[in-house]
Design a protein around this ligand. Structure first.
Ligand code: NAD
Length: 380
């Protein structure tokens, strides 16, 4: 019998839906030691929080996140709010002894992230940051192949995350649907929002990044603020490209923008090793492309592996039959399944806040490099 685990969810937007779906689904597909109970949801507008609670089956709702953190019956605080609120909620939740699931990026910057790491480690509470792409079966398989040494020495790691939704100067900054354009709420633009995902996957696949050299651009310098109605300077990066060196000697090349007309969420990555290469594309997230130089030369070429083998492919034994794929929503189910298992065993679940801080340090270094026009080293 699984034990109840009372969830207090803060936020009722995009990620709150993805996480709620995972809580409601996980026990149907995974034999995990806990059963999430949807105790309370919190958000800015009372009527919207109430409607969310009714739709998803939360027992109560509130507009005050402190009530969630202080609720003695809440076991897990789940933070799905804009980035500027992550630190204060996570630190309060740690002090209240709650397990925490926090959306990415960890914080507005590494200084704040360090405080969050100190708080969860001092309190000894379970902590996980939601870099959900680690739980795409194709990317989990990629990690296994790298760790098995099948690529040999790694030479190159490149990743892109391209969107096109802020090209119009009419898009405002700030407020509920466009807080990502307001530097006070988001901390940064594409660096913290999109490249943080690419960096987390890269650190996981390829080890530490030791130095970065980046450039950023803010194409539209002023936008109306949705809350004040005034035209104000834009403080976020609209686009960023950076190079880096990894500790294993390989070179990295990363690009992200919200100005790539035609692309909605094109996250792609490629890793080139001495023996083999890997390629992945979020639009076909259930496929891993593989090139193996050791193949017989007349048949050598890129293979497109459909990641649906229930016997061999990560997570797939929990789903359907070979040939039937899963998608984006399931990455959050995998995330909560892994977290519940780790929590029961008293083990950390990756990526922890400390691992989230490593990504935050790279983000900070990229922004510093772009500001100062020079390479920036990242200490161990
Ligand atoms: N893992 C991923 O792939 C992924 C994808 C999207 C967003 N995110 C992250 O998730 C977080 C939330 O993003 P989103 O897209 O769900 O945002 P959203 O705009 O859809 O929702 C934000 C929610 O925060 C609530 N909120 C704002 N201020 C609040 C306050 N003071 N008290 C209580 N609630 C408050 C709002 O009511 C709203 O429900 C961000 O940190 C973002 O970077 C991660």
């Amino acid at each position: 019998m699984s034990k109840p685990l009372n969830v207090g969810l803060i936020g009722y937007g995009f990620m709150a839906r993805a996480h709620s779906n995972a809580y409601r689904t996980v026990n149907n597909f995974f034999d995990v030691p806990y059963r999430p109970v949807l105790r309370t949801v919190c958000g800015l507008v009372d009527a919207e929080a109430k409607a969310f609670a009714e739709r998803w089956g939360y027992q109560s709702h509130t507009t005050d996140w402190k009530k969630v953190v202080e609720d003695k019956d809440v076991n897990l605080v789940d933070i799905c709010v804009p980035n500027n609120l992550h630190a204060q909620i996570a630190i309060a939740a740690a002090e209240a002894g709650k397990a925490i699931l926090c959306e990415k990026p960890l914080a507005l910057n590494a200084t704040q992230g360090q405080e969050m790491v100190a708080a969860v480690e001092k309190a000894g509470v379970p902590n996980l940051i939601s870099f959900n792409y680690r739980r795409v079966p194709a990317l989990t398989l990629a990690k296994q192949l790298i760790d098995e040494g099948r690529l040999g020495r790694i030479f190159h790691y490149r990743a892109n995350f391209l969107q096109d939704w802020t090209i119009s100067s009419e898009v405002p900054q700030g407020g509920m649907s466009t807080w990502r354009l307001d530097v006070k709420a988001a901390g940064s633009g594409v660096v913290g929002d999109l490249l943080a995902h690419c960096i987390d996957t890269a650190l996981w696949h390829n080890g530490p990044i030791t130095a970065v050299c980046g450039m950023t651009e803010t194409f539209i310098k002023q936008r109306k603020h949705a809350e004040t109605g005034k035209v104000e300077p834009v403080g976020i990066d609209d686009a960023c490209t950076f190079f880096c060196r990894f500790g294993n000697g390989s070179l990295g090349n990363f690009e992200s923008t919200r100005y790539a007309r035609g692309h909605k969420a094109l996250y792609t990555l490629e890793i080139n090793g001495e023996k083999a290469s890997i390629r992945w594309d979020l639009h076909d997230l259930h496929r891993l492309e593989w090139f193996d130089h050791r193949d017989e030369s007349k048949l050598r070429g890129w293979r497109s592996i459909h990641i649906t083998d229930v016997g061999e492919h990560p997570y797939m034994s929990h789903w359907w039959v070979p040939g039937l794929q899963i998608g984006y929503a399931e990455t959050f189910v995998h995330q909560i399944a892994d977290y519940l298992e780790a929590m029961d065993k008293g083990q950390p679940c990756s990526p922890t806040f400390r691992e989230g801080l490593a990504t935050q340090k790279v983000c900070d270094a990229v922004l510093q490099s772009a500001r100062e026009g020079r390479w920036v080293e990242i200490p161990d």
